[in-house]
Design a protein around this ligand. Sequence first.
Ligand SMILES: [Zn+2]
Length: 236
Amino acid sequence: MKLNGTSLNTPPIKEITNLSNFSVDDIGDEHLSTSLDTPLREDAFEMDDELKIELIEKHFREIMHVLGLDLTDDSLKGTPRRVAKMYVQEIFSGLNPANKPKVALFDNKYKYNEMLVEKDITFHSNCEHHFVPIFGKAHVAYISSGKVIGLSKINRIVQFFAKRPQVQERLTVQIANELKEALQTEHVAIVIDAKHMCVSSRGVSDVNSTTVTAHYSGKFQEEATKQEFLKYLQLS
Ligand SMILES: [Zn+2]
């Protein structure tokens, strides 16, 4: 998954609020999405996690049953509960704002005014159209506005937004926006290079392609700054 330096500048997700002209299969295969915000209902967190796990367990057991699986088998009988716990506590835990990393800002005491690049942040997410993994690397940079955050927080912000049903373009912009807010700066860049299991293990079954998305704002929209960032990404 090496960057070839020809990353694409992601156009902002168009606010298509209605996909009714597209078939269900088209929406999935073209990975169309409707908004920058993850489409959540207003009552999304009225149920607590324990109740969510209980309900998902019940429904997942039903899915397995419909598929014809024998749920009395020792290997399978715990699967519905395992899947339910994994959904709520792990791979979709980033849906819940309560799990958002708390970010503390520090003064930029070293007066370090160059860009800071945090690269090769490995993440795992899931495609919202197929519920199968998207995984890859995020490369993030910012130029301090006088404040800095702990490096591990950048990683945690990436992981938080990855742990949702996602489309890669939205993941890219959500991370960028959160960094701008957390760091109180407009000067943020992000490149994501990822593999989509829904492309490699089904559908067109392309095992080699990766998808690159990027978002540049503030000084990173200037060509020289952008190129400096992209040059760092090629160092290995
Ligand atoms: Zn997909």
